[in-house]
Design a protein around this ligand. Structure first.
Ligand SMILES: Nc1nc2c(ncn2[C@@H]2O[C@H](COP(=O)(O)OP(=O)(O)OP(=O)(O)O)[C@@H](O)[C@H]2O)c(=O)[nH]1
Ligand SMILES: [Zn+2]
Length: 188
């Protein structure tokens, strides 16, 4: 489904009115349109399936760790609709020569992040997409993020960081493999 710009514009006008603003004043007159365009962009991942990025597979005989770390991402907290952002680290151990282009790991993170989200769900969805499409020996995804809903409002704890991990296959079974990946991610 395409984003319904008209509906977003109406809703934004109503929110502006509800907070006591004048949606017709010069500075706000185009704001509903801008917000609609912004939502189309930051929620574009709702129309994307991360598994689609793992369709082109190179046949490369490498059955050891492949890790792309420090992938920056921006997402939107589904409870408050404010940003959370940080870095994702995605590692896997290919099986049977099923290796994908490195950029596809970052594209999968982006597709999943550009939705109303929870950090835990970003982490697990990326890991599961790789497991499903590549059937590797294992996957490890770690996400570090700062949540604006915890810094600019509410509990107000700027600088606090949330770390989530999803480990599958050998990374779940073998502490040494998990430790190696975490150490390369700079987390151990
Ligand atoms: N597990 C999880 N919680 C999140 C995430 N993003 C935001 N939250 C939390 O979602 C919770 C929503 O709590 P509620 O009590 O329903 O809402 P609230 O009254 O606005 O909560 P406060 O933020 O504590 O003021 C808060 O504790 C947020 O910190 C996330 O990615 N994962
Ligand atoms: Zn929140």
């Amino acid at each position: 489904m395409q984003v319904d710009h008209q509906k977003i514009e109406q809703a934004v006008r109503m929110i502006l009115e509800a907070i006591g603003e004048d949606p017709n004043r010069e500075g706000l007159i185009d704001t509903p349109k801008r917000v609609a365009r912004m939502y189309e962009e930051i929620f574009a991942g709702l129309k994307q399936n991360p598994e689609d990025y793992f369709s082109v597979i190179f046949s490369e005989d490498h059955e050891e760790l492949v890790l792309v770390k420090d992938i920056p991402f921006f997402s939107t907290c589904e409870h408050h609709l404010v940003p959370f952002f940080g870095k994702a680290h995605v590692g896997y151990i290919p099986r049977g020569g099923r290796v994908v282009g490195l950029s596809k790991l970052a594209r999968a993170v982006e597709a999943v992040a550009r939705r109303p989200q929870l950090q835990e769900r970003i982490t697990a969805t990326v890991a599961d997409a790789i497991m499903t499409k590549l059937d590797p020996h294992g996957v490890i995804v770690v996400v570090e993020a700062e949540h604006m809903c915890m810094t600019m409002r509410g509990v107000k704890k700027p600088g606090s960081k949330t770390i989530t991990s999803a480990v599958r296959g050998v990374f779940a079974e073998d502490p040494a493999s998990r430790a190696e990946a975490l150490s390369l991610m700079g987390l151990k």
